[in-house]
Write a protein that binds this ligand. Structure first.
Ligand SMILES: [Zn+2]
Length: 222
């Protein structure tokens, strides 16, 4: 295993099994570039590959930052619906793009079975599945998950409760950009225009610049 990676020991809150998951050293997460929907490319290992944690023994999967945050009711439901059907699989060690995708799909499946997972968390999961498919070169799957992310971010906007690390101008811009990427040009223009004229837009000059740039891309037919 590369020396940029290291192992963390965890105890599964669902079945009690102890196992190791892999992380990327933060000193080795140098950013190479970013796409207009905030997909980040790294010079070495991609830390996004290692955000999902999957229990070897029962298949419970969640994001590393919230792996322990699970209710008794969810534990019972997951043991019946995932644990009973799970064939042991180890996601430790260095992950291929396919293993990263599989680990996110397991997090999505477990999240669908749990109560209290927010629409913002579903949106973030779908974005990551879209990005991983982009990195893999699977355009069809990328577009499918961008569409799901768009639906979820629209619901987030309707609730008026912003997800962690996101403000309203950025959310409006992202809804515009996702519309552009799935081919809804007219809707994209509406959302970019809304981002540019938002009352808080002066506090987000970089996002407003991006909104203007992407808006002109739509005008030029892409
Ligand atoms: Zn477990």
């Amino acid at each position: 295993m590369s020396d940029a990676l290291f192992q963390v020991k965890l105890k599964c809150p669902v079945c009690g099994e102890s196992f190791s998951t892999t992380r990327v050293r933060s000193s080795r997460c140098a950013v190479d570039r970013r796409d207009s929907d905030f997909c980040v490319y790294y010079k070495e290992h991609n830390p996004i590959f290692y955000e999902p944690v999957v229990c070897v023994r029962c298949g419970y999967a969640a994001m590393y930052s919230s792996f322990d945050e699970i209710s008794k009711e969810d534990i019972r439901d997951l043991l019946v619906n995932i644990g009973a059907k799970w064939s042991p699989r180890d996601f430790g060690g260095e992950r291929s793009i396919q293993e990263a995708l599989d680990s996110y799909k397991l997090v999505l499946l477990c999240s669908q079975l749990r109560k209290g997972v927010t629409v913002g968390e579903f949106a973030a999961l779908c974005m990551r599945l879209a990005w991983l498919n982009r990195i893999k070169g699977n355009r069809e799957e990328e577009k499918r998950f961008l569409g799901y992310a768009l639906e979820h971010y629209m619901s987030v906007y309707d609730t008026g409760i912003m997800p962690e690390n996101m403000d309203e101008v950025t959310l409006i811009y992202l809804i515009g950009e996702l519309n552009r990427r799935v081919g809804n040009g007219r809707e994209a223009v509406e959302w970019f225009s809304r981002a540019v004229s938002h009352q808080m837009s002066k506090k987000k000059p970089l996002i407003v610049k991006m909104a203007r740039e992407q808006w002109s891309l739509v005008r030029n037919g892409s």
